[in-house]
Design a protein around this ligand. Structure first.
Ligand SMILES: *Cc1c(COP(=O)(O)O)cnc(C)c1O
Length: 361
C-alpha cells in the first residue's frame, strides 16, 4: 500500500455551497474568491467547477490569474490587490483581468498607461480594515479620476472589506457599512462589500456583488454557531491511515519531548501524517481525529510525518484503518481552534506533498 494521505475534494460539495450563496444573496452577482490556490484546494479544479456558476472569480495577484487563464478559464478575474507594477496593467487588459485600484500609485499607473482596451476597475475604500483602500474622504476624487480616464471602463465598482463580520457582537461591521454608504453616497455604480461572513450574517452588505471565499469550501467563518452556515458541506477531507499500534503502560511516554504520559494502560495508534503533510504541529494532545469515523484524541507531539493517537477507547482499531484529520464529520475550524489558528490557514498551507484527489461526488 502506498502512503495513503489524500486531501479529497468534493466538487459536489463545492457546487452545493455555491448554491447556498445564491440562496442567501439572490439579488447579488457572485464573485468566487479562489486566491492562494483556492485556499489550498487547487485553484484550477475549483475554478473549472465554479466558473459556470458564478459571475466572476477573484485572486490576489496577476500570477494567480494567469494560471487560471492558461488553464482555459474564461470568466472575468479580479486582482484583489491590484497591480504590483506598472506593466501589469497592459497584461491585465490583454487577458481581461479586472483590477483593484486601492491607492494613488495604482491610479497614476492607470492614468498614464496605453492599453489595448479599458479595464474594469474596482475602487477600494478603506472603511476600517486599515490595510488597503483609499480614505473615504478621497473616494469621490478617485472615482472622478477613474471616470475621466479612457483606461477605465464606465462600470466602476465601489468596494470595501470587513474586519469583524465574523463577530455578530461587534459593532464594527455596521460602522463600516455606514462609512461605506456615506463615502459613495453621490457616486453611481455597483457596490461590493460582503466576504463569506457578510454573505452569511449581514444581508445589508450584499449590494450588487458578493465576494465569498471560505464558505465556498464548506466552512463557517463565524466565531459562533450560525444557522445559515449549518448547511455548508466541507469540500476538503484530509485522510490518512493507521500504520502501527502498540500498548503503552502507565507512566510510559509517547513522542518527541516525552510530553504525553499514559495515566492508564493505553493503546496508541500511529498515523502517517504530520506537519510535513499539512497537519498543524501546534495541535496539542486532545485534538480530535476520526478513526473509522469515531473520535479519538492526539497523544503526544505532532511529528513531521506522523501523529500518535490514543485509541484505548476504540478497541477494534487495526492497521490500515482510515483516519480523517478534518472534513467530513470533523470541521477544520474545530481542529484549527485546538491548534490556535483558523481553518483558512490549515487548508491554505496544505503542501504539494499531500495529493489532492478530486471526486465528482
Ligand atoms: C479573501 C477576500 C475575500 C473572501 O473572504 P472570505 O472570508 O474567505 O469569504 C473577499 N474580499 C476580499 C477583498 C478578500 O481579500
Amino acid at each position: 500500500m502506498a502512503r495513503p494521505n489524500q486531501a479529497r475534494l468534493s466538487l459536489q460539495a463545492l457546487r452545493h455551497n455555491m448554491e447556498v450563496v445564491r440562496q442567501l444573496a439572490p439579488r447579488s452577482k457572485v464573485m468566487a474568491v479562489v486566491k492562494a490556490n483556492a485556499y489550498g484546494h487547487g485553484a484550477l479544479a475549483v475554478a473549472q467547477t465554479l466558473a459556470p456558476l458564478v459571475d466572476a472569480l477573484a485572486v490576489a495577484c496577476i500570477e494567480e490569474a494567469q494560471v487560471l487563464r492558461d488553464g482555459g478559464i474564461e470568466a472575468p478575474i479580479l486582482l484583489l490587490e491590484g497591480a504590483f507594477e506598472e506593466t501589469e496593467l497592459a497584461a491585465a487588459a490583454a487577458r481581461d483581468f479586472w483590477v483593484t485600484i486601492d491607492n494613488e500609485r495604482q491610479l497614476q499607473w492607470l492614468e498614464r498607461a496605453r492599453l489595448p482596451r479599458p479595464l474594469c476597475c474596482w475602487l477600494k475604500i478603506d472603511t476600517g480594515m486599515r490595510r488597503l483602500g483609499v480614505d473615504p474622504a478621497q473616494a469621490a476624487l478617485f472615482y472622478q479620476r477613474l471616470t475621466a480616464s479612457a483606461n477605465a471602463r464606465d462600470d466602476i465598482v465601489l468596494s470595501t472589506h470587513f474586519a469583524s463580520a465574523d463577530d455578530l457582537d461587534s459593532d464594527q461591521t455596521s460602522a463600516q457599512l455606514e462609512q461605506f454608504e456615506a463615502s459613495c453616497a453621490d457616486l453611481p455604480g455597483p457596490r461590493s462589500a460582503a466576504n463569506s461572513a457578510g454573505v452569511l450574517a449581514w444581508p445589508a452588505s450584499h449590494y450588487d456583488w458578493v465576494r465569498p471565499g471560505y464558505m465556498l469550501y464548506g466552512n463557517s467563518p463565524m466565531i459562533s454557531d450560525h444557522p445559515a452556515a449549518r448547511t455548508l458541506r466541507p469540500v476538503m477531507t484530509l485522510v490518512s491511515a493507521v500504520i502501527s499500534l502498540r500498548d503503552v503502560a502507565v507512566g510510559e511516554t509517547v513522542g518527541y519531548g516525552a510530553t504525553w504520559t499514559a495515566s492508564r494502560p493505553s493503546r496508541i495508534a500511529t498515523v502517517c501524517i504530520g506537519y510535513g503533510d499539512g497537519y498543524p504541529r501546534l495541535a496539542p494532545a486532545g485534538t480530535p481525529v476520526l478513526v473509522n469515523g469515531r473520535r479519538a484524541p492526539l497523544a503526544g507531539r505532532v511529528s513531521m510525518d506522523m501523529i500518535t493517537v490514543d485509541v484505548t477507547e476504540l478497541p477494534g482499531t487495526s492497521i490500515g484503518d482510515e483516519v480523517i484529520l478534518w472534513g467530513d464529520g470533523l470541521p477544520v475550524a474545530e481542529v484549527a481552534r485546538h491548534a490556535g489558528t483558523i481553518g483558512y490557514e490549515l487548508t491554505t498551507r496544505m503542501p504539494a506533498r499531500t495529493p489532492r484527489v478530486v471526486a465528482d461526488s
